[in-house]
Design a binder for this molecule. Structure first.
Ligand code: ATP
Length: 361
């Protein structure tokens, strides 16, 4: 099997963690008859500062030719968030990656900042609507700089968009052992689109009678995540709500540095994109402190998406083998290990298990 991956390492620690992820893919697929080729797409804020745009003019066409996209992080001091986020949001919309998946669980050897909570308490997956809602990009500014200035950000929800994300969430909940789904909403205050969101969710949920379904206001959902994380399994939320909740969940699972995300076009008409959830983190750039675990976990999601489940499993097992050892924790997890040390240990463990896998086969 041959796969092609377009790689946008991007800015800051994105450039430090992506090579680690590529090394893991190469180790996990070596000798297994799977070939993976990587094409470097040098688009970033650095590119923006040189060229006045985030990517080449034929960027979307080029990206559209790959089986998957693998991204580090975009964002840099001196470049507006509108420019850097424009590329990420553009890719998500252009390639109709309407599902953003964020699994969160306590990996072996990691502890939660929540007292007396272990792996059995924190195991959830957030399904974020990724193509419309609060981040639809609709809105504008008029009379800029004048006392009468007006600015709007329009949250747009379509029936088709809500139906497809709710159906995806229900199917995912159905595939997980606990079959629980929590719908996050704010329909008590936002009385149009969020009310439609709730109505459609209830309709779709009726197609999945084996899924236990409940509804939580987003403010109450933050408290529930802290007080009763064990009550959450699959969470379906809007673009903005899930953005916030999933960062909270990542922190509860140990660090922003361990969390992955997959931007998926379930119909596979376009490439899906995989990335760690953290940003470019210029404060730690160049120090060797970046935790590559979120990047490895996003590799696991990428390999699963490509159908390489054996390789995905080998990477995930290797990551947990390494996180189980406190000597291999990076600073964000309270340790002193460097990006390079963690990467070397994960790759060595993948090689060890790949070897035994090939011998048994
Ligand atoms: P954004 O690009 O989204 O604006 P950011 O670059 O400011 O974000 P975040 O990703 O929000 O950074 O991370 C906040 C802080 O968490 C960082 O400044 C950094 O100190 C720490 N952090 C984030 N990711 C990692 C990581 N992979 N390893 C270690 N620390 C991290």
């Amino acid at each position: 099997m041959a796969h092609t991956i377009g790689v946008i390492a991007g800015d800051g620690i994105g450039k430090e963690v992506i090579p680690a992820g590529i090394a893991a893919i190469e180790k996990a697929t070596r000798g297994s008859g799977v070939s993976v080729s990587f094409s470097d797409l040098p688009w970033s804020c650095e590119y923006y500062l040189k060229h006045g745009r985030m990517m080449d003019e034929d960027g979307y066409e080029r990206m559209g030719t790959f089986d998957a996209l693998y991204m580090g992080a975009l964002g840099a001091p001196g470049v507006s968030d509108a420019a850097s986020a424009g590329l990420i949001l553009g890719i998500r919309q252009k390639f109709d990656q309407y599902v953003n998946l964020r699994p969160m669980r306590l990996l072996a050897g990691l502890s939660s900042p929540l007292a007396n909570r272990g792996a059995a308490d924190i195991d959830m997956i957030c399904v974020r609507e990724n193509s419309e809602g609060e981040y639809s990009g609709a809105g504008g500014r008029v009379h800029q700089g004048l006392p009468i200035e007006v600015a709007t950000d329009l949250s747009m929800m379509t029936r088709a968009g809500v139906e497809r994300i709710q159906r995806f969430g229900c199917k995912l909940a159905q595939s997980r052992p606990r079959k629980l789904l929590t719908l996050v909403t704010k329909s008590n205050a936002q009385r149009h689109a969020m009310v439609m969101w709730d109505e459609i969710a209830a309709q779709i949920a009726r197609e999945f009678p084996d899924v236990t379904w409940d509804k939580e206001l987003v403010d109450a959902a933050t408290a529930r995540m802290v007080n009763r994380p064990e009550s959450l399994d699959t969470i379906v939320a809007t673009n903005l709500h899930a953005d916030i909740l999933s960062d909270l969940a990542a922190a509860l699972a140990g660090s922003l540095g361990i969390a992955p995300t997959a931007n998926i076009n379930p119909e596979r008409l376009y490439p899906s994109m995989f990335e760690p959830i953290h940003g470019s983190a210029f404060d730690i750039m160049g120090k060797g402190w970046a935790n590559p675990v979120g990047t490895f976990w996003s590799v696991v999601m990428l390999l699963e998406h490509l159908g390489e489940t054996g390789a995905a499993e080998r990477v995930m097992k290797a990551v947990e083998h390494v996180t189980a050892n406190p000597l291999l924790h990076t600073r964000d997890l309270g340790g002193t290990a460097t990006t390079a040390q963690v990467t070397e240990a994960v790759c060595a463990q993948i090689a060890a298990t790949s070897q035994s896998h090939l011998t048994i086969a």
